[in-house]
Write a protein that binds this ligand. Structure first.
Ligand code: BGC
Length: 746
């Protein structure tokens, strides 16, 4: 009823506005007001609109009016702002002031693969395709702010939200986030890059103060945000829940005023995370523009329809009316909100978008196929040779469980989701018998925020019986495909909590070890957004990292298992053998306590830690196999000495020496041989994905300047490239360097 009333009143407002504009236009014979004139520069339009707004209207546009929207200025014809999660698909509609479903029947989206999978493609074209496609869906659904992408660095394999991010390396995530942002924004939809910054764990996320030194902040945790802002030209950024230097990041003087605005020149809107605002004065002065989600029922405790009580609502107005604060900051915020409107809702030329189309499904599938990582393939168990296979056993809950529902705010109501078992049946079913056994029971819920998978995963049989059945089925088959891993339930890959252990849950390790005993053609597909321990790694010949693959999950996976698609994904984070092989855990600094966490490992995150301590990972950053083989030639450099204003180009020949067409991600790492500060053994500074036919060879070149050689000198507060000896390392992963070249910076 309330919703119906609201809609009706909105329609009346718009009609009234149309009449007013007509009448005033006829009487005064006035030309289009400046703010409505899209031939005028945005800055002029913003100033014109701003001066027409009342104080109340200004306060109104800087905070939410519903779970996902904030008001426009109906009187001036400036539409409302509608945000949506993000980052893997367009979230379904919820009620005005509740988290439960609005019950629309036309809001089932394409579920794209999780960002971990996108990053694992190491393909900037895939990031552009992803951004463009999801942007089209957001536009069609009339959303003008997409709450994504997420680029928080993978610091620990236990962080519940790693699946929504782009891995452990600042260079890789910087390169992948830029095309995503551009792709979204070409639709007239703002990308809202999140969560700025240092949101690297879920437990205690509202209370924990992150202690990190400046060098680590600048070298590891900020680069992807900076790239999104400066190269991607992101129109919005979301503050994170945690604190830094004692202030919540949604109103953080250091992060928002000093770094984001002053150092990087960000002109866009800073949006709070939902319920991330805690203080009116800080919100006024420390760089926040729009407040969402505070004090609303469901996310933080409080009343429903409490929007007037938001920190940037009545409390702000009160401070202005009493003369305690002026309106300068308010005008700044409103200017940015208006600018966003002119770039999105007020842009008459933006395309109309499209929703859950076949083209989008193909995009989702392409990205999923390219992101799947072949971790191990001893004896070429993969691709499955159908001429020799009569019976395929598929085992494991993740072969049937829908993964697009759950996990927190990125949960989706997908138009469809092809499960791995369905995909395998479709692809293999004509040529072989496909038999299934569940093997274990994990999470049977299948519900998030009122979106239901409709699957009934209830299982009454005891664990021992399921295990025995799986072993029997495995024995009878030519090939066994175990599909397990994590899921989107709490304390797995999900928002709000961190994982409790590196191990696979639900006793899967035992099941896998048993399967390996009875069938030597065992393929383990790990579905997760995080590294997991694999105590059975030596017993299992083939291992595939499957991620959360979205609507086309089963089709993409089956294509890779069958060899229709040659795997070309590479890991974007290190798989440690054990938790203490990770820096944060080795030093006992994850997750910290309720109030504090200290990033004692500093810049030594991921492979930087493994390199420094000579720890052999289970699977290294950048690792990923193919069904073909590649041979690297010797790297050459166009010069062996460069000056600080110079560039140097490294080239290497890469040849496909196998019998299938395939793609290889050629990686460039730089080593600073001697430096005044401790530096990582090597750091990723370039990558290129090349496609090669059998026997074909291509030259891959990387041109770097001094930025690739620099570290952040905290004392000087600037990037410094120290003269001396460097090395360019080119390889197939961080642990598989094929060729090196020495050079000097003068
Ligand atoms: C999450 C954000 C999300 C927002 C709105 C928050 O809890 O941290 O990533 O965009 O909710 O759903």
């Amino acid at each position: 009823m309330r919703k119906a009333y609201t809609n009706a009143s909105r329609i009346i407002k718009v009609l009234t506005l149309a009449v007013i504009l007509r009448v005033s236009g006829a009487n005064a014979q006035s030309t289009t007001p400046v703010y409505m004139d899209d031939t005028k520069p945005i800055k002029e339009r913003v100033e014109d609109a701003l001066k027409r707004m009342t104080l109340k209207e200004k306060i109104a546009v800087i905070h939410a009016q519903s779970k996902f929207s904030s008001p426009g200025v109906a009187r001036l014809g400036i539409p409302e702002n509608w945000t949506t999660d993000g980052p893997h698909g367009i979230r379904s509609e919820v009620l005005w002031d509740e988290w439960s479903q609005a019950g629309w029947t036309n809001d089932s989206c394409t579920a794209y693969p999780a960002l971990t999978c996108l990053a694992a493609t190491w393909n900037k074209d895939m990031a552009l395709l992803y951004g463009k496609s999801i942007g089209e869906e957001a536009r069609y659904r009339n959303k003008n702010i997409l709450l994504g992408p997420g680029v928080n660095i993978y610091r620990s394999p236990l962080n519940g939200r790693n699946f929504e991010y782009m891995g452990e390396d600042p260079y890789l995530s910087s390169k992948m986030v830029v095309p995503y942002v551009k792709g979204v924004q070409q639709n007239g939809v703002a990308a809202c890059v999140k969560h700025f910054a240092l949101n690297n764990s879920e437990g205690n996320r509202h209370t924990v103060n992150v202690n990190v030194d400046d060098r680590t902040l600048y070298e590891i945790y900020l680069p992807a945000f900076k790239a999104a802002v400066q190269e991607g030209n992101a129109w919005a950024i979301m503050g994170s829940y945690n604190l830094y230097k004692g202030q919540h990041c949604c109103h953080n003087e250091f992060l928002l005023n000093d770094i984001l605005r002053k150092e990087w020149g960000f002109e866009g809107v800073v949006v709070s995370d939902w319920g991330g605002v805690h203080d009116t004065r800080q919100a006024i002065f420390n760089g926040l523009d729009m407040e969402f989600g505070s004090w609303t029922n469901g996310l933080t405790e409080g009343n429903s329809n409490a929007y007037d009580s938001y920190y940037l609502a009545r409390p702000y107005l009160k401070l202005i009316n009493s003369g305690e604060v002026g309106t300068k900051e308010l005008d700044e915020k409103v200017r940015r909100v208006l600018r966003l409107a002119f770039l999105t809702t007020m842009n008459k030329n933006r395309p109309l978008g499209s929703f859950a189309t076949e083209e989008h499904a193909l995009a989702a599938r392409k990205i999923a196929q390219e992101g799947i990582v072949l971790l191990k393939n001893k004896g070429n168990v993969l691709p499955i040779n159908l001429s020799k296979t009569k019976r395929v056993a598929v085992i494991g809950e993740n072969a049937i469980k829908m993964m697009t529902v759950g996990g927190g705010s990125s949960s989706l109501k997908a138009r469809y989701e092809v499960s791995p078992l369905e995909g395998i049946r479709k692809r293999f079913g004509n040529q072989a018998e496909v038999v299934y056994a569940r093997g274990y029971v994990g999470d049977t819920s299948g519900n998030y925020n009122g979106v239901n998978t409709g699957q009934n995963l209830a299982e009454k049989r005891p664990a021992a019986e399921l295990l025995a059945e799986a072993i029997k089925v495995a024995k009878s088959a030519d090939v066994v495909i175990f599909i397990g891993g994590l899921n989107k339930s709490d304390r797995q890959d999900a928002e709000g909590y961190d994982r409790e252990s590196l191990s696979l849950p639900y006793n899967q390790d035992k099941l896998i070890a048993e399967l390996a005993k009875v069938n030597k053609n065992l393929v383990v597909v790990n579905i997760s957004g995080n590294a997991v321990a694999m105590p059975w790694v030596n017993q299992v010949p083939a291992i595939v990292q499957g991620w959360f693959l979205g609507s086309e999950a089963g089709n993409a996976l089956a294509a890779v298992l069958a060899g229709d698609a040659n795997p070309s994904g590479k890991l974007t984070f290190t798989f440690p053998v054990k938790l203490t092989d990770n820096g944060a855990h080795a030093l006992g600094q994850f997750p910290g306590n309720k109030d504090e966490v200290t990033y004692k490992e500093g810049i030594f995150v991921g492979y930087r830690w493994a390199d420094a301590h000579k720890i052999k990972p289970l699977f290294a950053f950048g690792h990923g196999l193919s069904y073909t083989t590649f041979q690297y030639g010797k790297v050459t450099a166009d010069k062996n000495t460069m000056s600080a204003s110079d560039k140097v180009t490294f080239s290497v020949n890469v040849k496909n020496t196998g019998s299938r067409e395939g793609e290889e991600v050629v990686q460039l790492y730089i080593t600073d041989v001697k430096s005044s500060l401790p530096r990582p053994v090597k750091e990723l500074k370039g990558f290129e994905k090349v496609s090669l036919k059998p026997g074909e060879q291509k030259t891959v070149s990387f041109t770097v300047d001094k930025t690739a050689l620099s570290f952040f000198d905290a004392a000087k507060h600037e990037w410094v490239a120290e003269p001396g000896d460097f090395q360019a390392l080119i390889g197939a992963s961080s642990a598989d360097i094929k060729t090196k070249a020495a050079f000097k910076l003068q």
